[in-house]
Design a protein. Structure first.
Length: 525
């Protein structure tokens, strides 16, 4: 097998600048610090920098990283402490306990999960809880002073969507929060009221006061706010009115029409896109280039719809995995009326919720539904009346399941593996592949999607930002698909892609989720 290539043809979602001639000085700035009201230290995903007139590469400081294993731990002044130098040990599973070289901080609070950032204050501690969508300010005794966000319920207004940073502003006794996936920075008072905001929740871009995944923010003494606008590849300074007064770097995108799309289907000249974080579906007409967004399909509001798949037995019908509403809807595309709705299934006399359905496949001959229930850690097969036919349990964060000639294939993300289960229930777990290029074993990292393709499988190896063709011989072999984008296209990489679909003409359609786009291209051997 020769080189396997994906040749870009088109994407829908980003509105690119008319002129984009140079790369930004940053690839993705995720953290920074200030000194004397000036930016002094920047962490970009490609390295650490000092800023003194110009950027200068400096030695790496192990301060933790947003979204990764170790939380960023800051002192009372908001300066990050370094692991192995300042920080000796962090414990949080029973009580929060942080041991530094000079002091031990102990807070009698039980946390469900590890914090994203921690600020050690003189009279308390500030916690950013990315996974539960909350920010807490606690006293030294563990008493709640204030909080913002609703546990496990992402949203806008008084809700958060993956907060990745917060810092206490001593001068005003307020808290600055990077509501990262909502692409806004908010300032709240100790009563939990929003007193200042930059960016609009769920509106992504770089013009008209928009942000794209801010991951760090600081308030200067003169009232200006500095923001690491990470996916926009820039650090900006804005005044209290929201005017940008300084900008380092520049964005590859002016505005996004989509907001973290998860699934794509093609029907006639239309793309049907689950526009997940805006709680709607986008109907994009490829011929006219127009798009229509619908948030109340079937007469009720959607909440993080993860997917919408066309019924192969009736192309005028779409089956929706309405994720955080924990339900599956069958909707007539002509009338937007519900022809079926499932909230649970009966297993051995017990009703079980359809927990956050991420993926659905409709079996062509029978019309049975193969549903990936991510929060249940299971796959279920239901008939058209909602009766349970089969169940595959004890999975770990599964994100997709599809039929293939010998059974089903599952992207079991939590264990970074692909699982094959045959009709006679034989199970094979595949955590990687032997590369045909470098003759080495490569492991998967949180694959979100897998589908049968030719004599093997296409795997969206999401956290590795790559597409892999997997095939069995005496061992599992794989080829990483070479992604070919035009030189002048500002976005030339995948970012947390979630879905693969075969277009009517045989092309591949990919939801490049964190780049907020759907890509069409040809897969060429």
């Amino acid at each position: 097998m020769g080189i396997l290539k994906f040749e870009y043809k088109f994407d829908f979602g980003p509105l690119y600048p008319r002129v984009y001639n140079e790369e930004s000085v940053f690839e993705e700035p995720i953290y920074f610090e200030t000194s004397n009201d000036k930016i002094s230290y920047v962490v970009d995903i490609n390295g650490d920098y000092e800023l003194s007139g110009s950027l200068k590469r400096v030695a790496h400081r192990n301060i933790g990283r947003p979204g990764l294993k170790n939380p960023i731990i800051m002192n009372n002044n908001g300066v990050a402490l370094e692991y192995g130098v300042d920080i000796l040990k962090v414990e949080w599973r029973e009580n929060l306990k942080i041991t530094t070289k000079t002091e031990t901080y102990h807070y009698p609070v039980i946390l469900d999960i590890d914090p994203e950032t921690i600020q050690l204050l003189e009279d308390g501690v500030l916690l950013t809880m990315r996974k539960t969508q909350q920010v807490f300010l606690l006293s030294n005794s563990g008493k709640l002073v204030t909080s913002f966000g609703i546990k496990n319920r992402p949203g806008d207004k008084e809700q958060l969507n993956v907060p990745m940073f917060s810092v206490y502003i001593h001068q005003s006794r307020t808290i600055l929060i990077c509501d990262s996936i909502n692409s806004r920075v908010i300032e709240i008072d100790l009563e939990g009221n929003i007193v200042w905001q930059y960016g609009n929740a769920g509106e992504l871009g770089s013009i008209d006061g928009l942000l794209w995944k801010p991951t760090c923010a600081r308030r200067l003494a003169d009232g200006r706010t500095v923001i690491a606008d990470s996916k926009n590849q820039r650090i900006i300074t804005v005044d209290f009115s929201g005017k940008i007064v300084n900008e380092i770097g520049h964005s590859p995108v002016e505005k996004h029409l989509l907001t973290y799309p998860r699934s794509i289907q093609e029907v006639n000249n239309y793309w049907i896109i689950a526009n997940t974080h805006k709680n709607n579906f986008c109907f994009y007409n490829k011929q006219s280039g127009t798009s229509n967004f619908c948030s109340s399909l079937a007469g009720s509001k959607l909440y993080w719809p993860r997917c919408g798949v066309v019924n192969p037995q009736n192309s005028n019908e779409i089956v929706i995995g309405d994720g955080l509403n924990n339900r599956v809807l069958v909707v007539n595309l002509s009338t937007y009326t519900t022809t079926g709705s499932f909230n649970d299934y009966n297993h051995d006399g017990q009703l079980n919720s359809l927990g956050d359905p991420h993926h659905i496949e409709v079996e062509r001959k029978t019309g049975n539904l193969l549903i990936t229930l991510t929060s249940n850690n299971e796959i279920v097969e239901l008939n058209q009346n909602g009766k349970l036919l089969r169940i595959w349990a004890n999975l770990d964060d599964p994100h997709s399941a599809k039929y293939f000639s010998k059974g089903i294939v599952i992207a079991n993300s939590g264990k970074s593996e692909i699982i094959l289960i045959t009709v006679d229930q034989k199970r094979e777990e595949i955590n990687g592949f032997y590369s045909m290029e470098d003759r080495k074993w490569h492991t998967f990292n949180r694959p979100r999607f897998v589908m049968p393709y030719l004599k093997g499988f296409l795997v969206m190896d999401t956290a590795n930002q790559r597409l892999v063709y997997l095939i069995k011989d005496d061992n599992w072999y794989g080829k990483v698909v070479k992604m070919i984008f035009p030189d002048k296209l500002p976005l030339k990489k995948l970012c947390a892609a979630r879905w693969i679909e075969i277009a009517i003409n045989g092309d591949l359609l990919i939801t490049d989720t964190e780049n907020n786009r759907v890509i069409q291209g040809a897969l060429i051997l």
